[in-house]
Design a protein around this ligand. Sequence first.
Ligand code: TIU
Length: 222
Amino acid sequence: MLTVAAQPFAFALPPGRAALVVIDMQRDFVEPGGFGETLGNDVSRLTAIVPTVARLIALFRASGWPVIHTRESHDAALADCPPAKRDRGAPSLRIGDAGPMGRILVRGEPGNAIIAELAPAPGEIVIDKPGKGAFYATALGDILRLKGITHLVLAGVTTEVCVQTTMREANDRGYDCLLIEDATESYFPEFKAATLAMIRAQGGIVGWTAPLAALEAAVAES
Ligand code: TIU
Protein backbone atom coordinates (compact mmCIF):
# COMPACT_ATOMS: atom_id res chain seq x y z
CA MET A 1 0.00 0.00 0.00
CA LEU A 2 1.32 3.44 -0.95
CA THR A 3 0.62 6.39 1.30
CA VAL A 4 0.18 9.71 -0.50
CA ALA A 5 0.39 12.95 1.50
CA ALA A 6 -3.00 14.39 0.55
CA GLN A 7 -5.83 16.52 1.86
CA PRO A 8 -7.88 16.17 3.98
CA PHE A 9 -5.67 13.24 5.14
CA ALA A 10 -3.34 10.62 3.68
CA PHE A 11 -4.62 8.72 0.63
CA ALA A 12 -3.96 4.97 0.69
CA LEU A 13 -3.27 3.78 -2.85
CA PRO A 14 -3.19 0.03 -3.44
CA PRO A 15 -0.89 -0.82 -6.37
CA GLY A 16 -2.70 -3.01 -8.88
CA ARG A 17 -6.10 -1.66 -7.91
CA ALA A 18 -5.62 1.96 -8.98
CA ALA A 19 -6.15 3.50 -12.42
CA LEU A 20 -5.43 6.96 -13.78
CA VAL A 21 -8.34 8.66 -15.54
CA VAL A 22 -7.29 11.62 -17.69
CA ILE A 23 -10.35 13.67 -18.49
CA ASP A 24 -10.88 15.38 -21.87
CA MET A 25 -7.37 16.69 -22.66
CA GLN A 26 -8.70 17.41 -26.15
CA ARG A 27 -7.98 20.10 -28.70
CA ASP A 28 -11.68 21.07 -28.35
CA PHE A 29 -10.97 22.37 -24.83
CA VAL A 30 -7.31 23.38 -24.92
CA GLU A 31 -6.85 25.01 -28.34
CA PRO A 32 -8.43 28.07 -29.96
CA GLY A 33 -11.29 27.28 -32.34
CA GLY A 34 -12.74 24.40 -30.32
CA PHE A 35 -15.76 23.86 -28.09
CA GLY A 36 -14.26 25.63 -25.07
CA GLU A 37 -13.59 28.81 -26.99
CA THR A 38 -17.02 28.79 -28.65
CA LEU A 39 -18.46 29.03 -25.13
CA GLY A 40 -16.55 32.27 -24.61
CA ASN A 41 -13.61 30.92 -22.62
CA ASP A 42 -9.91 31.87 -22.67
CA VAL A 43 -8.47 28.44 -23.47
CA SER A 44 -4.83 29.47 -22.94
CA ARG A 45 -5.20 28.91 -19.17
CA LEU A 46 -5.49 25.17 -19.73
CA THR A 47 -2.22 24.55 -21.58
CA ALA A 48 -0.16 25.22 -18.44
CA ILE A 49 -0.98 21.80 -16.96
CA VAL A 50 0.06 19.78 -20.04
CA PRO A 51 3.63 19.01 -18.81
CA THR A 52 2.30 17.96 -15.38
CA VAL A 53 -0.35 15.69 -16.90
CA ALA A 54 2.38 14.19 -19.10
CA ARG A 55 4.52 13.49 -16.00
CA LEU A 56 1.52 11.88 -14.27
CA ILE A 57 0.81 9.65 -17.25
CA ALA A 58 4.51 8.72 -17.43
CA LEU A 59 4.46 7.75 -13.73
CA PHE A 60 1.54 5.37 -14.26
CA ARG A 61 3.08 3.89 -17.40
CA ALA A 62 6.42 3.35 -15.66
CA SER A 63 4.61 1.64 -12.76
CA GLY A 64 2.62 -0.60 -15.12
CA TRP A 65 -0.69 0.79 -13.83
CA PRO A 66 -3.68 1.39 -16.14
CA VAL A 67 -4.12 4.74 -17.89
CA ILE A 68 -7.61 5.57 -19.16
CA HIS A 69 -8.34 8.61 -21.32
CA THR A 70 -11.73 10.21 -21.91
CA ARG A 71 -13.05 12.43 -24.69
CA GLU A 72 -16.24 14.47 -24.57
CA SER A 73 -17.72 13.72 -27.95
CA HIS A 74 -20.85 13.10 -29.97
CA ASP A 75 -21.56 10.92 -32.98
CA ALA A 76 -21.77 12.55 -36.39
CA ALA A 77 -25.58 12.46 -36.41
CA LEU A 78 -25.69 14.02 -32.90
CA ALA A 79 -28.02 11.17 -31.92
CA ASP A 80 -26.33 11.09 -28.49
CA CYS A 81 -26.45 14.88 -28.01
CA PRO A 82 -29.50 16.04 -26.08
CA PRO A 83 -31.05 19.11 -27.72
CA ALA A 84 -30.86 20.74 -24.29
CA LYS A 85 -27.05 20.52 -24.54
CA ARG A 86 -26.77 21.75 -28.12
CA ASP A 87 -29.31 24.56 -27.71
CA ARG A 88 -28.01 25.91 -24.38
CA GLY A 89 -26.87 29.53 -24.30
CA ALA A 90 -25.44 31.57 -27.13
CA PRO A 91 -22.14 29.97 -28.21
CA SER A 92 -20.35 31.32 -31.29
CA LEU A 93 -20.66 27.82 -32.80
CA ARG A 94 -22.92 25.00 -31.59
CA ILE A 95 -22.03 21.32 -31.15
CA GLY A 96 -21.92 19.80 -34.65
CA ASP A 97 -21.24 23.10 -36.44
CA ALA A 98 -18.17 23.35 -38.68
CA GLY A 99 -15.27 25.14 -37.00
CA PRO A 100 -11.58 25.63 -37.82
CA MET A 101 -10.73 22.18 -36.37
CA GLY A 102 -13.72 20.40 -37.91
CA ARG A 103 -17.17 19.93 -36.44
CA ILE A 104 -17.40 21.08 -32.83
CA LEU A 105 -17.26 18.22 -30.29
CA VAL A 106 -17.91 15.53 -32.92
CA ARG A 107 -16.09 12.19 -32.65
CA GLY A 108 -13.32 11.71 -35.21
CA GLU A 109 -12.96 15.39 -36.08
CA PRO A 110 -9.45 16.90 -35.68
CA GLY A 111 -10.57 19.16 -32.84
CA ASN A 112 -12.00 16.25 -30.88
CA ALA A 113 -8.65 14.46 -30.62
CA ILE A 114 -6.59 14.29 -27.46
CA ILE A 115 -3.68 16.72 -27.80
CA ALA A 116 -0.56 15.18 -29.31
CA GLU A 117 1.56 15.68 -26.17
CA LEU A 118 -0.83 13.44 -24.17
CA ALA A 119 -1.82 10.98 -26.90
CA PRO A 120 -2.97 7.58 -25.64
CA ALA A 121 -0.37 4.83 -25.97
CA PRO A 122 -1.28 1.64 -27.86
CA GLY A 123 -3.51 -0.51 -25.65
CA GLU A 124 -4.67 2.29 -23.37
CA ILE A 125 -8.43 2.61 -23.03
CA VAL A 126 -10.15 5.66 -24.51
CA ILE A 127 -13.70 6.39 -23.37
CA ASP A 128 -15.92 8.54 -25.59
CA LYS A 129 -18.54 10.17 -23.41
CA PRO A 130 -21.55 12.24 -24.43
CA GLY A 131 -21.96 13.80 -20.99
CA LYS A 132 -19.80 15.62 -18.50
CA GLY A 133 -19.35 12.56 -16.27
CA ALA A 134 -17.29 9.66 -17.63
CA PHE A 135 -19.62 6.99 -16.21
CA TYR A 136 -22.84 8.27 -17.81
CA ALA A 137 -23.69 6.33 -21.01
CA THR A 138 -20.25 4.68 -21.23
CA ALA A 139 -18.68 1.31 -20.40
CA LEU A 140 -16.25 2.83 -17.87
CA GLY A 141 -17.86 1.22 -14.82
CA ASP A 142 -17.82 -2.25 -16.40
CA ILE A 143 -14.22 -1.79 -17.58
CA LEU A 144 -13.02 -0.79 -14.09
CA ARG A 145 -14.90 -3.70 -12.51
CA LEU A 146 -13.32 -6.18 -14.92
CA LYS A 147 -9.88 -4.80 -14.10
CA GLY A 148 -10.53 -4.98 -10.34
CA ILE A 149 -9.98 -1.25 -9.93
CA THR A 150 -11.12 0.27 -6.63
CA HIS A 151 -9.10 3.53 -6.55
CA LEU A 152 -8.97 6.30 -9.14
CA VAL A 153 -6.43 9.05 -9.67
CA LEU A 154 -7.97 11.89 -11.68
CA ALA A 155 -6.58 14.65 -13.88
CA GLY A 156 -7.70 16.78 -16.80
CA VAL A 157 -10.13 19.54 -17.68
CA THR A 158 -12.15 21.29 -16.61
CA THR A 159 -11.89 20.93 -12.86
CA GLU A 160 -15.43 21.94 -11.94
CA VAL A 161 -17.21 20.48 -14.95
CA CYS A 162 -16.10 17.11 -16.36
CA VAL A 163 -13.49 16.30 -13.72
CA GLN A 164 -15.70 17.05 -10.74
CA THR A 165 -18.75 15.37 -12.33
CA THR A 166 -16.71 12.22 -12.98
CA MET A 167 -15.24 12.26 -9.47
CA ARG A 168 -18.69 12.55 -7.93
CA GLU A 169 -20.01 9.73 -10.12
CA ALA A 170 -17.05 7.57 -9.06
CA ASN A 171 -17.41 8.47 -5.38
CA ASP A 172 -21.07 7.43 -5.42
CA ARG A 173 -20.04 4.12 -7.01
CA GLY A 174 -17.65 3.40 -4.15
CA TYR A 175 -14.29 4.35 -5.64
CA ASP A 176 -11.71 6.16 -3.53
CA CYS A 177 -10.62 9.10 -5.69
CA LEU A 178 -7.53 11.31 -5.62
CA LEU A 179 -7.54 14.46 -7.76
CA ILE A 180 -4.06 15.72 -8.72
CA GLU A 181 -4.21 19.45 -8.01
CA ASP A 182 -1.62 20.62 -10.54
CA ALA A 183 -2.84 18.22 -13.25
CA THR A 184 -6.29 19.78 -13.52
CA GLU A 185 -7.36 23.25 -14.61
CA SER A 186 -10.38 25.43 -15.20
CA TYR A 187 -11.15 28.44 -17.35
CA PHE A 188 -12.06 30.05 -14.00
CA PRO A 189 -9.33 29.93 -11.30
CA GLU A 190 -11.86 30.60 -8.57
CA PHE A 191 -13.93 27.60 -9.68
CA LYS A 192 -10.85 25.35 -9.55
CA ALA A 193 -10.03 26.53 -6.03
CA ALA A 194 -13.64 26.07 -4.90
CA THR A 195 -13.80 22.59 -6.42
CA LEU A 196 -10.64 21.42 -4.65
CA ALA A 197 -11.98 22.84 -1.39
CA MET A 198 -15.42 21.24 -1.68
CA ILE A 199 -13.99 17.84 -2.64
CA ARG A 200 -11.88 17.58 0.51
CA ALA A 201 -14.31 19.35 2.88
CA GLN A 202 -16.33 17.42 5.45
CA GLY A 203 -13.65 14.74 5.86
CA GLY A 204 -13.23 14.13 2.13
CA ILE A 205 -16.90 14.12 1.16
CA VAL A 206 -15.98 13.54 -2.50
CA GLY A 207 -12.38 12.37 -2.08
CA TRP A 208 -8.81 13.58 -1.76
CA THR A 209 -6.53 16.10 -3.47
CA ALA A 210 -2.73 16.19 -3.65
CA PRO A 211 -0.01 17.72 -5.82
CA LEU A 212 1.72 15.42 -8.30
CA ALA A 213 4.95 15.66 -6.27
CA ALA A 214 3.21 13.92 -3.36
CA LEU A 215 2.20 10.98 -5.54
CA GLU A 216 5.68 10.82 -7.08
CA ALA A 217 7.23 10.77 -3.61
CA ALA A 218 4.91 7.95 -2.51
CA VAL A 219 5.84 5.89 -5.58
CA ALA A 220 9.56 6.59 -5.05
CA GLU A 221 9.35 5.40 -1.44
CA SER A 222 7.53 2.17 -2.35
N1 TIU B 1 -17.21 24.02 -20.41
C1 TIU B 1 -16.42 23.39 -19.54
O1 TIU B 1 -15.83 23.98 -18.63
N2 TIU B 1 -16.19 22.04 -19.68
C2 TIU B 1 -16.83 21.19 -20.52
O2 TIU B 1 -17.79 21.53 -21.20
N3 TIU B 1 -16.33 19.93 -20.61
C3 TIU B 1 -15.30 19.45 -19.81
O3 TIU B 1 -15.08 19.93 -18.69
N4 TIU B 1 -14.54 18.48 -20.30
